[in-house]
Design a protein around this ligand. Sequence first.
Ligand code: NAD
Ligand code: WQD
Length: 347
Amino acid sequence: MAKAKVVVTGGTGYIGSHTLVELIEKGYEVVVIDNLNNSYANTLQQVKEITGKLPQFYCFDLCDKNALSQFFEQEKNIDAIIHFAALKAVGESVDNPLLYYHNNIVSLIYLLEAMKVNQINHLVFSSSCTVYGQPDKLPVSENAPLKLPESPYGKTKQIAEQIIADVCFTSPLQVISLRYFNPIGAHESALIGEFPIGAPNNLVPMITQTAVGIREKLLVFGSDYDTKDGSCVRDYIHVVDIAQAHVIAIERLIQQKNKKNYEVFNLGTGHGYTVLETIQTFENVTGVKLNYEITGRRSGDVEKVYADTQWANKELGWKAQRNLDNMLQTAWNWQLKLNELNMKQDD
Ligand code: NAD
Ligand code: WQD
């Protein structure tokens, strides 16, 4: 029997491209929408190199309603959509909140409207652990109360989840929101990975860019948190584990195994590592010494957060398989590949 057809918005991006590989390897037909705001079309050639299949690609902005309608006029028999497309830089969202509310919320509304018109009822949505803020209880489970996120970016994820839940309540729409903790690492082929355009904000690209000599040193933000070594704790999770969870979520919706119209799952490993432990692990697995300096706290940082994964393990039947060593080794292999290809990363 032919496998389902899945539209992947944000499919040329970091998590989207890894998910394309997992979907194609499971036999799904994939169609990508992306406006290349934070990614490159060439990523799809890399996906082809891994899987032997070049995904079909539509380059347009999801906030362009006409382009979206034309897309659905052209592409028929769509079984499900995975909606990765969003802007995700926390600091930029503080400086330019309207850009973030417009891009992340308007695109979602247009997509939901188009899904309704075209009677497409299955959606997997990219949410984030940012919706928990600093949780009162750790590990944090899906039914923990949501705190007001520090950034407009985080707020777009909370608002998006609310919009989706409201629509599910009054329509045939079936949605799974996946709340990712801290996705890192890259595909084992080193053909796809995270490609930050401009200076990265996130820890692991900062580590690998420093280690390879693009940046002089890594600043460790804070040494006086209430953690084992004073630096913040996060639940780092391999991007391929995240990608595989999306395939399981899609299967769950298409096979109508979901228990409610709207379901939410945490995607983490359940283990928290401090920033200093992460640096130490990087040095151990790669043998590269990192030039770092401890400095003051970064505003808006949560002290510690890691996932309760029991619900995802039991109900989704998914469990992260890859450890921190593997995450950092693959991130490093990817960094070396970017350097070998002379990709510009020093903005
Ligand atoms: P990414 O920037 O690599 O990928 C997002 C893609 O969406 C990019 O290719 C970008 O060009 C595209 N895009 C953005 N706005 C668009 C629009 N209006 N129309 C069409 N395309 C658009 O980011 P990622 O790390 O792959 O993140 C994917 C999703 O996961 C995002 O929704 C993000 O908020 C969420 N998320 C990411 C993380 C993380 O740390 N990477 C953590 C939690 C949640
Ligand atoms: C991790 C730790 C920093 C850079 C962000 C978003 C969140 C989610 C995941 C999308 C923190 C420390 C970092 C550096 C450092 N994304 N750090 N030096 O802040 O947990 O989460 O990405 O939804 O919404 O906020 O990830 O990688 O930026 O930071 O010491 O140069 O590393 O202080 O403790 P964060 P991060």
